[in-house]
Design a protein around this ligand. Structure first.
Ligand code: ZN
Ligand code: ZN
Length: 1007
């Protein structure tokens, strides 16, 4: 049964009701069960980090996923829709550090200062790792719960009761298994290297965990006097003075031209070696006015030149070898600054490589917290980045500072705590990615990427340049790296929890997080000693990289794996090229020699209106919740996918009050949905009044009563379905959304509903079938739209589907509406498009002539270009008369067009409009003006469409005479039992109107 929808599209209220009804009806589970025997489709959710809240980007991401899951389900697939959550890692550790108290800590003045953990030492010695990790676990679960609620508010249907979580034991076990595979294939090895390091979090960071922005740092030129002639110096340049204590070499480019140069001027003179081409630049920096080249040499001839370093390092910490404190060669030296590069193998990856080539060991007097160690007693305990000024002061006093200034340059920061990173030489665990790179590249080629360049260019370039993957972190809240080592060098990698049973300290069912796992030890098979776990945990990117099989519980649960593997589709934002697309590719190649996915879709970001990333620090964040409470989740969903191609960034548009109003924005999407709502309101009202039952009037039986405009509507509906399907299949969601929008606004609301208004009104028996034909057409259009909209706007579709008498428990159980080609009529569409064009042409010409739309035109002459052109228009002769408000249409040929009037061109010929106003036309015009005023008053009085009325009208005699001939027509249009012309109109409502300069008073009485 069709029930009238409520008056207003109040999306936030409707959506809450629908979500409640879904829960009460078990709609989600029943919809899933309906497709259980369908072809399996393994969709894998990229796990968002559990921050507790979703942002515009996560909302867009889950919207896209929900659209496809619903679409595939409607196509009969049994879709695996388990949501995932990435729950280990530093962000939660950092939050917990702020929450936890450190009992007994006092500030300098002796007062208690207990809030917040400030170092790893406090975690280990005071708080306890167990306490810390438990707090992280609870925090992660809390954040997971609140985030899930927000996804539900967005209307996303996923298996929220059974998510995969990277902190679960079975999940962690899968990650261990993958690491064991890597070890067995000799892809997992420890190595001493210079890595990017966060001194606050006291851990190594991966390139993907570093954020770059401009920082101001000192830029200094320093003199390193030559050992055999201290009056001459090598001139080096650096922006990290704090690394000077660990200087071991100076690098020159072998092919560049260097020179010994005497600089002189008001402040005296100095002799230094630098790049000859930079002499003038260097001269100015040193405050000199003149320079003179004394000697020239190639960089390659400088190798071995010995110099005196800026700091004397205690020999017990220094490993002397041939090239220590000497010039060496390196290709990365550039032709800028002095052309001589200060080289500290302990603090730079390039420097480290150079040291390796020349047999120079790194000297790294900086500890995990970024403070100098006892190896550099001058500043022991100081934070390195704060030491710059003192180092410069020292260089000045020593007389080796040539120049100092400030520069702004891009500098890396920890993604979590925003602390500037440093480079440190440490022992870390690496996955040898270059060794499996070829397979990874061919897997990129095998998989389908949307858009294509996401794989063929972006991902391929990233993998092409891939280096070893540093997977170890020196923290607590993560998957412990399952490597046990013995002092004798023996090593053991655990791949399954069962294998722990051979160890000491294992208890059945134990938590395998730190610190509990650290208590498990093994007896060394080689020397009989004790093997202990290395303290490191895994890079969180490795956690999510194994999701495709860890979420299936593989290798512990083989049946799930056999049922679903491999994953058919993933979709994430473009930053995942270096993130999840990559980590899965790497982990999949290690484990299965293949990428775990077959299709990767890449989507873009939601930026602020100016095109900047939304961020708390910029204060430009718009929360999905704000939008949902204003316009509803459906409007946000539709807007998100409609604004741009999925892979193009969208600048969020919020302010609709702008002039001219922005075309984009959730409000605009809401307007589209509201237009659809109004169409349904109109339809459901009349259909309910008339007790229309679509099942009693199937299309096949109504066919003989259809008008061509009905056939036009069917044709347009089928084309909409075709376009939406094509958009979904090609993943061009914007095209699918726009096809729906155009159809709703143009075809359905602006045109068809207008054409059938009179038919819905008619009450005489003779036109019953004609009216039913229009109902049947409109009903079909509305239902097909509700079903096609279902993946995009699941709540609105449900509300309308249920009110229009949908037969299924939920609209989401419907099969996807496939385009019925037999209903497509290009000939009819062509004719109708000409009519639409002519109606617009007439309106434009009327405006030019000052002719009111409500006043009929006497006649128009239509003259088509070719034979048949006029027939195409004639097909909708009645529609043209009605919509153009024309009394008569004369179809003619060019030679018979009236000569006294100017013709107007349209795409298929020309027309001539006769603007002559006869007394009959004037009468009709005024009658229509009167009808409009009465309708307005009915509306203001909030009268039901069925309500009968009585009307009193007063106007000058000339007008009442004109109205007289149209009395019956007027009465019929406004549902009046009587119309009385009187000098003193009475009624429940009396109002005087100014109609083209003449006063007309109308009184309406409710009957
Ligand atoms: Zn940090
Ligand atoms: Zn041993």
């Amino acid at each position: 049964m069709i029930k009238q929808v409520r008056a207003n599209y109040d999306a936030p209220t409707i959506e809450k009701e629908i979500q409640k009804a879904w829960i009460e009806n078990d709609a989600y589970l029943k919809t899933k069960a309906l497709r259980e025997s369908g072809e399996r489709f393994y969709f894998l959710d990229g796990p968002p980090y559990t921050t507790g809240h979703i942002h515009m980007g996560t909302a867009l991401n889950k919207t896209i996923k929900d659209i496809f899951i619903r679409y595939w389900r409607m196509n009969g697939y049994n879709v695996r829709d388990q949501p995932g959550f990435d729950m280990h890692g530093l962000p939660i550790e950092v939050q917990v550090e702020k929450m936890v108290n450190v009992p007994g800590r006092v500030s300098k003045d002796g007062k208690p200062d207990e809030l917040g953990i400030r170092s790893k030492k406090e975690i280990e010695d005071i708080v306890g790792i167990d306490n810390f990790v438990n707090t992280c676990m609870n925090r992660a679960l809390e954040l997971h719960a609140s985030m899930t609620e927000e996804f539900k508010e967005l209307g996303v249907w996923m298996d929220w009761d059974h998510p995969y979580q990277t902190i679960r034991k079975d999940y962690m076990e899968s990650a261990w298994w993958t690491l064991q595979r890597a070890y067995e294939r000799d892809l997992l090895n420890p190595s001493s290297r210079v890595v990017t390091w966060c001194p606050r979090c006291e851990t190594a960071l991966a390139e993907a965990e570093i954020e770059y922005w401009d920082e101001t740092d000192p830029s200094v030129m320093v003199k390193f006097p030559l050992a055999d002639d201290p009056s001459v110096s090598l001139l080096i340049w650096t922006t990290t003075p704090w690394t000077l204590p660990s200087n071991m070499m100076v690098a020159a480019h072998p092919d560049f031209d260097y020179a010994k140069i005497r600089f002189s001027g008001e402040n005296g003179e100095d002799t230094a070696i630098c790049l000859e081409s930079q002499a003038e630049y260097v001269m100015k920096k040193g405050g000199f006015q003149k320079f003179e080249v004394l000697e020239r040499f190639k960089g390659k001839d400088m190798v071995g030149m010995a110099y005196i370093p800026p700091y004397d390092i205690d020999p017990k910490y220094l490993k002397r070898s041939e090239y220590v404190y000497k010039v060496v060669n390196a290709d990365y030296v550039e032709k800028d600054n002095t052309g001589l590069v200060h080289t500290a193998p302990g603090f730079g990856p390039d420097d480290y490589d150079t040291g390796k080539r020349y047999g120079v060991e790194p000297f790294c007097p900086v500890g995990e917290a970024g403070r100098y160690t006892e190896e550099f007693p001058l500043m022991e305990g100081r934070k390195v980045k704060t030491a710059n000024e003192d180092i410069i002061k020292y260089l000045k006093e020593k007389g080796v500072l040539f120049n100092t200034e400030k520069i702004k340059h891009r500098y890396g920061h920890c993604w979590r705590c925003k602390t500037p990173i440093i480079y440190r030489n440490t022992k870390q665990w690496f996955i040898n990615v270059p060794k499996v790179k070829e397979t990874m590249l061919s897997e990129i080629e095998r998989a389908k990427w949307v858009p294509d360049w996401a794989g063929s260019t972006r991902e391929k370039n990233w993998v092409d340049g891939a280096r070893d993957w540093c997977i170890s972190r020196q923290r607590y809240w993560g998957i412990p790296i399952p490597v046990w080592e013995c002092k004798c060098g023996e090593r053991k990698v655990i791949g399954q929890i069962d294998q722990l049973k051979d160890g000491d300290g294992y208890t059945e069912g134990m938590d395998i997080h730190r610190p509990w796992i650290d208590k498990v030890t093994f007896k060394c098979p080689k020397c009989g000693g004790t093997m202990t776990r290395i303290p490191d945990i895994l890079d969180v990117w490795f956690d999510s990289g194994v999701a495709a099989w860890a979420s299936l519980g593989y290798p512990a649960k083989k049946d799930e794996f056999d049922k679903w593997w491999p994953c058919r589709f993933i979709v994430e934002a473009h930053d995942q090229t270096r993130g999840w697309f990559y980590s899965q590719l790497g982990a999949g190649t290690i484990s299965f020699d293949r990428a775990p996915y077959d299709e990767v879709m890449m989507h873009a970001w939601m930026l602020d209106p100016k095109g900047q990333k939304m961020s708390k620090s910029l204060g430009n964040v718009v929360e999905p919740r704000e939008v949902i409470s204003e316009f509803g989740a459906d409007a946000l969903r539709l807007y998100s996918v409609r604004a741009n191609a999925p892979w193009d960034d969208t600048c969020f548009q919020w302010d609709m009050k702008k002039n001219p109003p922005l075309k984009e924005g959730p409000k605009n999407a809401w307007k589209v949905l509201n237009t659809y709502w109004n169409v349904v309101k109109f339809a459901s009202m009349y259909m309910e009044i008339d007790g229309f039952d679509p099942e009693k009037h199937p299309i096949a039986e109504m066919e003989k009563y259809f008008r061509d405009e009905d056939r036009w509507m069917f044709s347009r509906t089928e084309k909409m379905k075709r376009a939406v399907t094509e958009g979904l299949e090609s993943r061009e969601l914007h095209k699918a959304a726009r096809a729906l929008e155009d159809y709703i606004l143009e075809d359905l609301s602006k045109w068809y509903v207008k054409l059938i208004r009179d038919r819905s009104w008619s009450e005489d028996d003779a036109s019953q079938n004609d009216k039913l034909a229009s109902y049947c057409t409109l009903y079909y259009a509305i239902m097909q739209t509700a079903i096609a909209l279902a993946p995009f706007t699941p709540h609105l579709s449900e509300e309308i589907y249920q009110h229009m008498g949908g037969k299924k428990l939920t609209v989401h159980m419907e099969d996807w509406p496939v385009c019925d080609e037999s209903l497509i009529r290009d000939d009819i569409e062509h004719s109708m498009s000409l009519i639409q064009e002519l109606v617009e042409t007439i309106a434009t010409e009327r405006a030019k002539m000052g002719s009111k739309l409500r006043w009929p035109l006497k006649q128009i002459f239509v003259c088509g270009k070719e034979a048949g052109s006029n027939d195409a228009v004639r097909m909708f002769d009645e529609v043209l008369k009605q919509q153009g408000n024309v009394k008569d249409i004369v179809y003619t040929t060019a030679d018979r067009l009236p000569r006294d009037k100017e013709p107007t061109a349209y795409s298929d010929g020309q027309i001539v409009i006769d603007f002559d106003v006869t007394p009959e036309i004037e009468a009709e015009g005024y009658a229509r003006e009167l009808i409009r005023r009465i309708q307005q008053m009915r509306k203001d009085m909030k009268l039901n469409v069925e309500q009968y009325i009585e009307i009193d009208v007063s106007a000058e005699e000339y007008l009442t005479k004109l109205f007289g001939t149209w009395k019956d027509y007027i009465a019929g249009e406004v549902r009046a039992k009587t119309i009385v012309f009187t000098d003193a109109p009475k009624g429940d409502e009396v109002k005087t109107w100014d109609v083209t300069g003449k006063d007309i008073t109308i009184g309406i009485t409710k009957l």
